[in-house]
Design a protein around this ligand. Structure first.
Ligand code: ADP
Ligand code: MG
Length: 682
């Protein structure tokens, strides 16, 4: 099986360069990948209906012979129409195909066919238009349906899969050893592959799915555990003294109890000499996670170590840098910023100082994990908005020290099972309290009819000295009716807001331009910042009080909540205005859920309920590879089995000499190659 991944898809009869490209669009580049391209659904052709009993509008299957040969003619618009009449011996009906020049040669008189499709009616006669069909004696009654791309139909994929399956060796080596299969009640690999594509009865689907889901989750768990840092390793970092009380003196405010206890959790982790800290701090937007990071970094630095904080965007890194620079201005903490947009010379200077230990605290983006970054004595790694990073990125940063302490911060509540899988054996502190005096952001849902009123409301706030964000879902206007920031900003600058200063911010801009705009906004030189979701995470401008979100229906609730978290960060009353013309009960219900609560954890729950796990578990967001068949939210019990199995086979699996696991290792590499670390997994 593993070797089929090395046979290019074009080796299958009937697939040339051109069609090969279509397969590659579906991420199928080899025969092996095609075999692993599972159907997205099935059509059950086992129930055959009598023509006389067909109901218009229903999808049905009939078993018939042609009673007239196929005739072709051109219809309005030049379309080719091929029609025939068919009979099941009792009644007749019409079958029609549009624009398929092959039908005439494919359908023959005297052969029994199955037609499967939606029943319509034409001139008093039952009809099927463009049904799928097969010879009645082919034996398959359950037909696979594949995701298709334009130019490649599910029928064509089905035919190719048949050929690919025929290329499987007589006996293939199973990826899962027999004793594990027996223990967890799993059918063999070849059996599963044949049955997932061409099941004979519906039990075949269930059995093959179970086996393949198990296998995929096992592969996921094994892959993650190989790239995960080993959390129980002894830390070479000795934190002997807790400097939190000194740190508190630097603050212009008093910490909340929740912040304080999160810091204490971290300190006791770091001062426990048996293992490195591996802690997740979860706290809603605005709960003050940054100060927890600052306190932890401060103690670490005072104990003679370096601290590193990694943020997912340049804007956020820049902002954290300014916060810390300001906070530590009267101390001897030497702090520097490192981002991708700095000049080579600037970077060189920072890197040299970092390696020499001339920098105590480095704040940066992904640049921090570039190869040429070296620390003198890294003590703690903090990653902000952790859900934005891949597993690999975090462990890369950790590898820059001698098993330093790790603090990950996230505003996204992650279910515990998933958290454990992603982060390994981590501890969690929850900041369940907002700083005092925090404004509850009033949230409203409006449609276009109130737009002018809202614009006037923005003006009123700006005239009082405040600032506003307007978020649009796209950079450029799109055909699908999405509003793009560029045209939007231009339009309002010319019209309603001609006496105000409007600026644009989006991810495709040059870093220097982004910084420039952001700095002007922080300085108050810009009244309205029209932005994409680049401002979603972390941005902190307490003077902005209105967050207006266009096409609000396009965003997930948790994302809207994050955006809303950009306002209400200072002493002023703040507002979030969701604009949506999408209508629809479902959309309204979702958006109103946001209007009625400010609790991020409740909202995440609601999101999960309303939108299903798909978005929430959006794998890329967590740095997990994309799964083909398993669903982390739905297959929880299979996941647990796979986790136990992984533990049982681990020592053999990691033994490279053990050939029994070559297939499984190949699958691990395949699964992870898209998230960019297939190489490291051998
Ligand atoms: P988040 O948890 O979303 O990262 P931040 O750390 O950005 O939140 O904090 C949000 C704002 O609250 C910042 O302006 C910060 O200075 C302020 N803040 C943090 N802790 C407190 C506190 N204990 N009292 C008052 N303001 C605080
Ligand atoms: Mg933050």
């Amino acid at each position: 099986m593993a070797s089929l991944y090395e046979i290019p898809i074009e080796n299958i009869n009937g697939i040339g360069t051109k069609r090969g490209q279509l397969y590659r669009k579906l991420d199928i580049d080899s025969v092996g990948a095609l075999v692993r391209f599972y159907p997205r659904a099935y059509e059950d052709w086992s129930k055959i209906s009598d023509i006389a009993a067909l109901t218009v509008g229903e999808t049905s299957c009939i078993k018939v012979t042609l009673s007239t040969p196929v005739t072709e003619h051109r219809v309005a618009g030049g379309k080719l129409l091929a029609t025939t009449n068919v009979s099941d011996g009792y009644a007749y009906m019409k079958i029609a195909f549009f624009n398929n020049k092959y039908i005439k040669s494919m359908l023959k008189m005297g052969v029994e066919y199955l037609f499967y499709g939606k029943v319509t009616s034409s001139g008093g006669m039952r009809e099927m238009i463009n049904p799928t069909f097969a010879k009645a004696d082919t034996g398959n009654v359950i037909h696979p349906i594949y995701s298709q791309v334009s130019g490649l139909t599910t029928k064509q994929i089905e035919a190719a899969v048949k050929k690919a399956l025929a290329m499987l060796p007589e006996k293939i080596k199973d990826t899962i050893p027999e004793y594990v299969r027996n223990k967890y009640n799993l059918i063999g690999l070849k059996d599963a592959l044949l049955k997932i594509h061409f099941p004979e009865i519906s039990d075949d689907i269930a059995a093959s799915r179970r086996r393949l889901i198990f296998e995929e989750l096992l592969v996921l768990v094994l892959g993650l555990s190989s790239i995960k840092s080993m959390p129980s390793k002894l830390s070479a970092v000795n934190i002997e003294k807790d400097f939190t009380e000194d740190f508190l003196k630097l603050l212009p405010f008093k910490l909340t109890n929740a912040q304080y206890s999160a810091i204490k959790d971290c300190m006791s982790d770091m001062m426990n000499n048996t293992k490195a800290m591996n802690r997740l701090v979860q706290g809603d937007v605005g709960s003050g996670k940054t100060m927890v990071a600052a306190a932890v970094a401060y103690s670490c630095i005072k104990n003679g170590y370096q601290a590193a904080m990694m943020a997912p965007t340049e804007i956020l890194a820049q902002q954290h840098f300014q916060t810390f620079d300001n906070l530590f201005k009267d101390t001897d903490v030497r702090i520097k910023l490192l981002t991708g947009s700095m000049t080579a010379k600037q970077k060189r200077l920072v890197l040299a100082d970092l390696a020499d230990g001339e920098i105590d605290f480095i704040v940066g983006t992904h640049s921090l994990i570039s190869e040429n970054v070296a620390f003198k004595n890294l003590g703690v790694v903090v990653t902000d908005e952790q859900h934005r990073f891949g597993v690999r990125q975090r462990s890369d940063l950790l590898e820059k020290g001698r098993n330093p302490h790790l603090l990950v911060m996230s505003a996204t509540p992650i279910p515990r099972t998933l958290a454990l899988m992603i982060y390994g054996d981590l501890d969690i502190s929850v900041i369940n309290e907002l700083p005092p005096g925090r404004q509850i952001v009033d949230t409203f849902l409006i449609d276009d009819s109130k737009r002018m009123r809202v614009y006037n409301f923005l003006k009123k706030n700006i005239n009082e000295g405040r600032q506003c964000y307007i978020v649009c879902p796209a950079v450029e206007n799109s055909e699908t009716g999405l509003i793009g920031v560029e045209e939007y900003a231009e339009e309002i600058q010319k019209t309603v807001f001609k006496d105000y200063s409007v600026a644009v911010l989006h991810g495709k801009m040059k870093s220097a331009d982004k910084d420039d705009i952001m700095n002007k906004f922080i300085d108050g030189q810009i009244n309205i910042l029209v932005s994409t979701t680049v401002i979603e995470v972390g941005v902190n401008v307490p003077n902005s009080t209105i967050m207006m979100i266009e096409n609000a229906e396009r965003f997930g609730l948790s994302q809207l909540h994050q955006l809303r978290g950009r306002v209400g960060r200072g002493e002023y009353k703040s507002y979030c205005i969701l604009v949506s013309n999408a209508g629809g009960e479902e959309v309204g219900r979702r958006l109103r859920a946001l209007c009625s609560t400010n609790d991020g954890f409740k909202i995440a729950d609601e999101d999960l309920k309303l939108r299903g796990p798909g978005d929430f578990f959006g794998s890329r967001q967590h740095g997990l590879p994309e799964l083909k068949i398993a669903d982390l939210a739905e297959n929880v019990s299979i996941l647990q089995d796979a986790q136990s199995a992984a533990k049982e086979i681990m020592s053999d699996y990691i033994d490279k000499q053990n050939n029994n696991y070559r297939g499984l290792r190949a699958e691990v590499r395949m699964l992870f190659h898209n998230v960019g670390h297939g190489q490291q997994l051998n």
